[in-house]
Every structure is written in structure tokens, then in C-alpha cells.
Write a new protein. Structure first.
Length: 177
């Protein structure tokens, strides 16, 4: 579903990687290992098309849903652990807004629209809350934590709540930085 070909990337005058080629198929689990500063997060950014490589291509099956857990998360507001795990206060409205924008532009056949639609449907599903609770339990949360403000939890727990949300969406490709 993901093919990386001949990727080269330099940052700040240093070549992070070159001639990098690999592919990821459905069901694969791949670990990317390297010292701090080696370029792992940079590679994720390239796969997500947030950064342009110097050379090379990233090809993704057109209709895949990608879930991404960044290494450094945005700061958290007032939302509860369940709010984070369901995406109901931030991600769902954000997806709705983006869908409306694309609809207004008549851009409803592009991969971005279809992916946003699939994510929106997954989070908007009547089973989403039940699934979120199941994921949270599986990741070690107690029922009594579900309604606690997420910012009372440690960074590692907030990361797990964000992971729960990704698991609720059941992406085809899950990128965990
Ligand atoms: N905008 C930038 N300009 C110049 N250099 C950058 C820029 N962004 C990242 N770098 C450099 O690119 C290198 C790779 O960074 P990256 O964050 O991808 O590494 P990493 O493998 O994810 O490291 P870590 O294990 O610490 O997360 C680092 O040396 C970093 O300083
Ligand atoms: Mg990194």
C-alpha cells in the first residue's frame, strides 16, 4: 500500500538518507530504528506529504486511510480522556469543516475528501464511543479516568488516549512516531 523509491533528503547541509527504498504491504508491521536526529520523524513527514524530499517518490494506494501519532503532540485543552479518544471536540468538527470546504469547492472526488469522509464516518459512528471505551480499557485506562480532564494525566497517558482515537478510526496505515 506504500512504496518509497530512491528517497534522498538533506537538512541543514547534512544528508539524512539517500537511495532509500522500501515498501509496506497490508498487514506488515515495520519498525524504523535509528539514533536521535537520524531522520525518522522527517521520513514520516515525507510519507505524510508535509515535506518534499530532495529526490524520490512516495506512492500510496489512493484510497487508504492514514492514522498518524506525532512524536510531539499539540498541547491539550479542557477535554476529557473520552473527548480525546473519540475526537468529538476537536477532530470531528475539524473534519466536518474540511469536508464542507471541499464540497464548496466541488472537490469531492479527490483522495483527501474520501479520506476525510472515511475518518469522519468512523468517529461519527454510533459505535464510536463504545469502541473508544474498549480501546481505552485495552490501553490500561480505568473507567474512573474516562471523564477526567486529559491534562491531569501524564504525557504518556495523553499519548495513549490519542492512540485510542486512531484505533477507533481503524486506519489502513498507522504511523506511530
Ligand atoms: N527545518 C530544519 N532545518 C534544518 N535541519 C532540520 C530541520 N528539521 C529537522 N532538522 C534536522 O534533521 C535531522 C533529523 O531530524 P528528525 O527529527 O527527523 O530526527 P529523528 O530521527 O526523528 O530524531 P529523534 O529520535 O530525536 O526523534 C536532525 O538533525 C534535525 O536537527
Ligand atoms: Mg523524531
Amino acid at each position: 500500500m506504500l512504496i518509497i523509491r530512491d528517497l534522498k533528503m538533506s537538512l541543514g547541509g547534512r544528508t539524512l538518507f539517500e537511495n532509500a527504498s522500501f515498501s509496506v504491504n497490508y498487514g506488515d508491521r515495520v519498525a524504523l530504528v535509528g539514533p536521535n536526529g537520524a531522520g525518522k520523524s522527517t521520513l514520516f513527514s515525507i510519507i505524510l506529504k508535509q515535506k518534499e524530499p530532495d529526490t524520490g517518490v512516495v506512492e500510496r494506494d489512493e484510497w487508504t486511510m492514514v492514522g498518524y501519532l506525532p512524536q510531539e503532540a499539540e498541547s491539550i485543552g479542557e477535554e476529557s480522556v473520552m473527548d480525546v479518544a473519540t475526537g468529538r471536540v476537536d477532530e470531528l468538527p475539524r473534519l466536518e469543516k474540511r469536508l464542507h470546504e471541499l464540497e464548496a469547492a466541488g472537490d469531492v472526488a479527490c483522495p483527501e475528501y474520501l479520506e476525510a469522509h472515511a475518518k469522519h464516518d468512523a468517529l461519527n459512528d454510533s459505535q464510536a464511543e463504545i469502541k473508544a471505551k474498549k480501546m481505552l480499557r485495552g490501553l490500561g485506562f480505568r473507567e474512573t479516568d474516562f471523564d477526567r480532564p486529559a491534562r491531569e494525566m501524564s504525557g504518556g497517558w495523553i499519548m495513549r488516549a490519542r492512540l485510542a482515537r486512531l484505533l477507533v478510526m481503524e486506519p489502513d496505515l498507522l504511523l506511530l512516531d
